[in-house]
Design a protein around this ligand. Structure first.
Ligand code: HEC
Length: 150
């Protein structure tokens, strides 16, 4: 019993140590935010294909995509941690220097994608979502132009 207790205590302790040692490396943060961006791009790209007439407009499918992007827009910011702008990343150092501006750009994206999700809920035609889709797309470009290499 005593031995069991000490073994499990050691287990708990080592778990705690390894967890704190791993408390988000720069590589993890880079992978995380890139993964979120990829998932955003998948969903956004599907809507883009609809806007270009490559995929037929399906109100339900479009609303689902728009909802996904609105949700995902909330996730990437926490991956832009301090000191993670070198190595396998296209994120520019400027993010760190202009953090408040970068956050504002992210907030714009969140706002416009939330509006897109809202409009998409009741839209019956592609035309009804067109303007808000473009507005949202502009927030991607508006941020990438300044804060993403390539
Ligand atoms: C507030 C800034 C910001 C907004 C808004 C934003 N992005 Fe990004 N995005 C970035 C940055 C910075 C990177 C580079 C991340 C890295 O390499 O660490 C990136 C990377 C990407 C990548 C490449 C991911 C990879 O695997 O390297 C894609 C694709 C992408 N974004 C798509 C989008 C789309 C689509 C939107 C809009 C629907 C969008 N982004 C909105 C800042 C933004």
């Amino acid at each position: 019993m005593k031995k069991l207790l000490s073994v499990s205590l050691a287990g708990v302790l080592s778990l705690g140590i390894s967890m704190s040692a791993n408390a988000v490396s720069q590589e993890d943060a880079i992978e995380y935010r890139q993964a979120v961006m990829e998932v955003i791009a998948w969903n956004f790209g599907q809507m883009g294909a609809v806007m270009k007439g490559k995929i037929r407009f399906d109100a339900q499918a479009f609303a689902k995509r728009a909802g996904n992007v609105a949700f995902l827009s909330q996730l990437s910011l926490e991956g832009f941690i301090f000191g993670s702008y070198e190595g396998e990343t296209d994120a520019r150092q400027a993010i760190e220097r202009n953090w408040d501006h970068f956050k504002a750009k992210m907030a714009q994206f969140q706002e416009e994608s939330a509006k897109l999700a809202e409009v998409a809920k009741t839209a019956k035609t592609r035309r009804e979502v067109g303007l808000q889709f473009l507005k949202t797309a502009k927030t991607c470009k508006g941020c990438h132009r300044r804060y993403k290499r390539r």
